[in-house]
Design a binder for this molecule. Structure first.
Ligand SMILES: [Zn+2]
Length: 218
């Protein structure tokens, strides 16, 4: 087998996806490639024995398998073998994960198996996808804050309503003033809520100043 050339300069995605498996296979499966080139049996301790691997015309190690008659693509019948513990494998996984808009691990594994067979693939895919921040952010759930104990005025009945009252503002809202030649102005809503009955009373306010609030309050 030829020695893998260093990857330099700008490579297109297709060139990278062809060069990386060749390089990583030569690093991880050197014994198996040597045995297949010489027509020898694979080493007994080799992880690839169950895959009946063979070398294609470009020198890539592919799965042999028993679905030769299946009506599917050549690369699906004979996916390229990739080792689990190589940086190139992780790069390929990351490339597909981001290109397919951050798909989940099981889906990514299924998509990849039409082209690559990664040894212990499920674990490797999880180790690439699980630390991905965009995926973490998308799947995370908000944690509701722990509420403090309610104040005594919320728990004790008082008469009449609005003996104890909460106040808040919301807005601004744009309102139309006048008929013909009308103008638009901002208004705010002052909201009073009874702490005992939760009844609500609202007043329209012209502004956010103390004077405007006192008018609403009165
Ligand atoms: Zn992701």
């Amino acid at each position: 087998m030829g020695i893998c050339k260093p990857i330099v300069g700008e490579l297109t995605a297709d060139e990278m996806l062809t060069a990386l498996p060749l390089c990583t296979q030569e690093l991880a499966f050197a014994e198996e490639i040597y045995a297949l080139t010489k027509g020898l049996e694979l080493p007994l301790k080799s992880k690839l024995r169950t895959f009946s691997p063979f070398l294609d015309e470009t020198g890539q190690l592919r799965v042999g398998g028993s679905i030769l008659q299946a009506p599917v693509d050549y690369s699906t019948k004979h996916p390229i073998l990739l080792p689990a513990d190589q940086l190139a494998t992780r790069r390929i996984l990351w490339y597909y994960h981001t290109r397919k808009l951050h798909i989940k691990s099981e889906r990514l594994l299924t998509e990849l198996r039409t082209r690559y067979w990664i040894i212990t693939g499920r674990d490797v895919v999880k180790s690439v996808v699980n630390p991905c921040w965009p995926c973490k952010r998308r799947s995370s759930k908000p944690v509701p804050p722990l509420m403090a104990s309610l104040p005594v005025h919320r728990l004790t009945p008082y008469r009449p309503p609005f003996t104890y009252t909460g106040v808040d503002y919301f807005g601004s809202l744009t309102v139309r003033i006048g008929g013909r030649g009308c103008r638009h102005e901002k208004r705010w809503v002052c909201l009073f809520t009874c702490l005992t009955t939760r009844a609500v009373h609202i007043e329209v306010s012209d502004g956010l100043s103390l004077e405007e609030f006192m008018l609403c309050f009165t």
